[in-house]
Design a protein around this ligand. Structure first.
Ligand code: 6PG
Length: 253
């Protein structure tokens, strides 16, 4: 199932995503006493993370029961400016009280292969239920339609068995550590946050693909039983059909 939430500004899109996260956290911590979330990287989620640690949301998160993972990481140490962990630490984790043993960092400072293998073991051994079925997986999307670190034309897109792999990305001339589609598509809820106008064309290729068109990686995120929420700005959604009335209402789902 897919739900589009189209908001007039990036701030409103971040608020709407934060509201979903709080709602899911309240539901899951009531039902199972823990909440498993995979954070996304890049720059877009920074405002979302700041909101989650703000007065408006932090009290409702039940953070002490959160188990935090990442859907991908750059092959850099945790204090590197490009580290996805560092982004989340500075904008969120340092301001809330999640027990440290429940925060599972991808160790980008290891060799890519070791970091991926270590994280796969962590998912098997430290995930609070028998299978790593995330209550919520946050994802972003690049201008080329990549998500997590599943870039177009890279090997990781074809991984059918492992949950975490080291993926060589020719475009970046670098390895990335990334969740694979089998793991992503097990999630109960997936939430994309895409706000930039530069992504409008790819968003159309993802959400309204033409017949026979090659699907961008983000379009391969199709959870078997889960729900996919897209939190978009009207600008990012500007090439989707029927978005004209959305701009008037400011919300659509
Ligand atoms: C990463 C991300 C990646 C990101 C997109 C969008 O490590 O870069 O996980 O998938 O979500 O590249 O990045 P921006 O939010 O910076 O546009």
């Amino acid at each position: 199932m897919l739900e589009l939430h189209i908001l007039p500004t990036p701030e409103r899109a971040a608020w709407a995503a934060a509201d979903l996260i709080v709602t899911l956290s309240e539901e899951r911590t009531r039902a199972q006493d823990y909440f498993t979330i995979a954070l996304s990287g890049g720059s877009t989620p920074q405002r979302l993370y700041e909101l989650l640690s703000s007065e408006s949301f932090a009290r409702r998160l039940h953070c002490e029961r959160w188990h935090v993972f990442w859907s991908d990481e750059r092959c850099v140490p945790p204090n590197h400016p490009e580290s996805n962990y560092r982004l989340a630490k500075e904008s969120f984790l340092d301001k809330v009280s999640i027990p440290s043993h429940q925060v599972h960092r991808m160790r980008g400072e290891l060799t890519p292969k070791d970091a991926a293998e270590e994280y796969e073991v962590a998912l098997r051994q430290e995930f609070p239920s028998s299978s790593p079925i995330f209550d919520l997986m946050l994802l972003g999307m690049g201008d080329d339609g990549h998500t997590a670190s599943l870039f177009p034309g890279t090997d990781a897109l074809h991984e059918k068995r492992r949950w975490v792999v080291a993926n060589w990305v020719p475009l970046l001339r670098a390895y990335r550590i990334t969740f694979t589609l089998p793991l992503i598509n097990m999630a109960r809820v997936i939430a994309f946050l895409v706000t930039q106008k530069s992504k409008a064309e790819l968003l159309k290729q993802v959400l309204e693909p033409e017949e026979g068109q090659e699907l961008p990686p983000a379009a391969l995120v199709r959870p078997t039983e889960g729900v996919v929420h897209w939190f978009l700005t009207a600008e990012a959604a500007s090439k989707l059909h029927g978005t004209s009335e959305i701009e008037a209402n400011g919300e659509y789902s």
